[in-house]
Ligand binder design. Structure first.
Ligand code: B12
Ligand code: SF4
Length: 454
């Protein structure tokens, strides 16, 4: 039987202090399916390795097939690795969100691009290679035949997620991740996923792999995996679902199952603000949720409409308070400088975000990901240089880059991000009186400076 080495081409910047630093769950799923099929698999996660160490590790595994993950921010890295690993294997396969959207972009350097969910496709591909057959009988892939890109029939979605084996966590460098978290944050955490698909259509979001139909695992399967994560010695689970709280009844059943079994693990998740009522928040807290993250994106209703978020600023405020009142920490993500925004709406977002009782907040610039309406809109307007975007590896306070011709300059938006953080921490640490004395004049001064910047 052929052997496979899977590679996650993420090289961590030395200054990294992100609370989101996770092992590659998708490769964990692919590995689990291959293992269940009897295929020997190794996984090289580059997160804590240098490029040389990663290449050496792959070489030492003597793989016949190398499978590399790729997404928006890892395109360059995945293509570079493919070139460097070409000589040490018979077949190079790529999978993940970006190859799913644009497989042809990868086929100069890879032999096969897997489109969509990888579990079934990769086992069929291995069988086909093992039997010396071509690729044409394997659904859900793209490959080149005499220079021409060929697509096989699409691979359907996994219908019953409970049928999938749990991801192969034994292949993750759990100890390195635990050290990373324990040292910086005083807890340890790792990701798992309970559902696939999202029925919303936010303007900037790309959902190439799991599509728009929301599928969930059963509460029994979910809590079984939470227990298995606890057995690895983690304190927390990070639910990587696009929106963990989407189906209210299901969410409550999962929480009830956690409570019934008395599972002693904290957890965190992503949520939409329109799903966080008081009752849900209290139930989540009872079941161990320590922190919830909302994609609020803007503090202006017109901009939220532009982003097709289908939420309002008032809903966002209520959701944050519902979660806080239930005893959870709350994090929120915002985007500044969306195409169509004015100086005034950016300042609305800065003011709104800094007025909320958040425990974590992040501001980003709009990132036009191929396949999204946002991408299509900005493409003709100054171009989009996605090949250039990778998380900067050097130390920098605001690690963002403007990838298209915007009416805001990168410097202006970075100024807004810096200002927003200072306002937020000012409100938090100066107290009401102190903020009125120092914070408000700072706010007004920097509002004016922001408007003067180009
Ligand atoms: C958790 C998460 C993160 C985490 C950490 C990532 C990690 N290591 O887990 C954090 C918060 C750091 C993050 C950051 C970013 N993320 Co993110 N993230 C996610 C999220 C919500 C879940 C990822 C996950 O675990 N999925 C579950 C697994 C099972 O799915 P999967 O990885 O796709 O794997 C399946 C298939 O793709 C395939 N497959 C995958 N790899 C391979 C390899 C081979 C060889 C084969 C055959 C098959 C295969 O098989 C798997 C099983 O079916 C996804 C959304 C999503 N629903 O997936 C976005 C997502 C991946 N992120 C995205 C983006 C854009 C980003 C950022 C660029 C955002 C930003 N503006 O900063 C950054 C980049 C950070 C960086 N350093 O590179 C986009 C990617 C879009 C794209 N087209 O590439 C997604 C899809 C979100 C979205 N809807 O737009 N992210
Ligand atoms: S941003 Fe969240 S809610 Fe909106 S489409 Fe993407 S996953 Fe769904």
């Amino acid at each position: 039987m052929v052997n496979v080495t899977l590679v996650y081409p993420y090289f961590q910047p030395s200054s990294d202090n992100s609370i989101f630093r996770f092992p590659p769950l998708g490769l964990g799923y692919v590995a689990a399916s291959l293992k269940k099929h009897g295929v020997p698999v190794e996984l090289v996660d580059c997160t804590f390795l240098s490029r040389e160490e990663a290449i050496e590790k792959v070489r030492r595994s003597h793989p016949q097939i190398v499978g590399i993950y790729s997404m928006f921010s890892m395109k360059k890295s995945s293509l570079e690795l493919a070139r460097l690993l070409r000589e040490c294997c018979d077949l190079l396969v790529v999978g993940g969100p970006l190859p799913t959207l644009d497989p042809a972009e990868f086929l100069d350097d890879f032999d096969v691009a897997v489109i969509g969910e990888g579990e079934k496709t990769v086992t069929e591909l291995v069988d086909s290679v093992d039997k010396g057959l071509g690729f044409s009988g394997v659904n859900g892939i793209a490959y080149k035949d005499e220079g021409e890109v060929k697509f096989t029939a699409p691979r359907g979605f996994v219908e019953n997620l409970d049928d999938l084996p749990f991801p192969s966590r034994e292949l993750f460098d759990n100890e390195a991740y635990k050290r990373y978290y324990a040292k910086r944050f005083g807890y340890t955490t790792t990701p798992m996923i309970t559902s696939r698909g999202c029925p919303f259509s936010c303007d900037f979001c790309s959902r190439p792999v799991f599509g728009t139909d929301f599928r969930t695992r059963s509460p029994t399967s979910i809590v079984d995996e939470v227990e298995s994560i606890a057995s690895y010695g983690y304190d927390r689970v990070w639910f990587a679902d696009d929106c963990f709280t989407l189906n209210r009844e299901h969410l409550i059943r999962v929480c009830d199952e956690v409570i019934r079994r008395g599972v002693d693990v904290g957890w965190e998740c992503l949520s939409r603000v329109d799903t966080m009522d008081k009752e849900v928040a209290v139930k989540m807290r009872q079941a161990g949720c320590v922190r919830v993250f909302f994609g609020i994106e803007s503090g202006n209703d017109c901009v939220l409409a532009l982003m097709k978020k289908q939420i309002t600023v008032e809903q966002a405020r209520k959701a944050v308070y519902n979660a806080k009142d239930a005893g959870m920490q709350v994090g929120a993500f915002f985007i500044l400088g969306y195409p169509g925004e004015s100086d005034g709406t950016v300042l609305d977002t800065v003011r709104f975000a800094s007025s909320l009782p958040l425990d974590y907040l992040s501001f980003t610039l709009p990132y036009p990901i191929p396949g999204t309406p946002l991408y299509e809109r900005v493409k003709g307007n100054g171009g989009v240089a996605i090949d250039d975007w990778e998380e900067p590896k050097n130390w920098s306070l605001i690690r963002h880059k403007l990838l298209y011709g915007s009416s805001f300059s990168e410097a202006k938006l970075k100024f807004a991000i810096g200002k927003a953080h200072l306002q937020f921490y000012g409100r938090r640490y100066l107290g009401k009186k102190g903020y009125n004395m120092i914070g408000l004049p700072f706010e007004h001064l920097t509002d004016t400076a922001f408007k003067l910047l180009h």
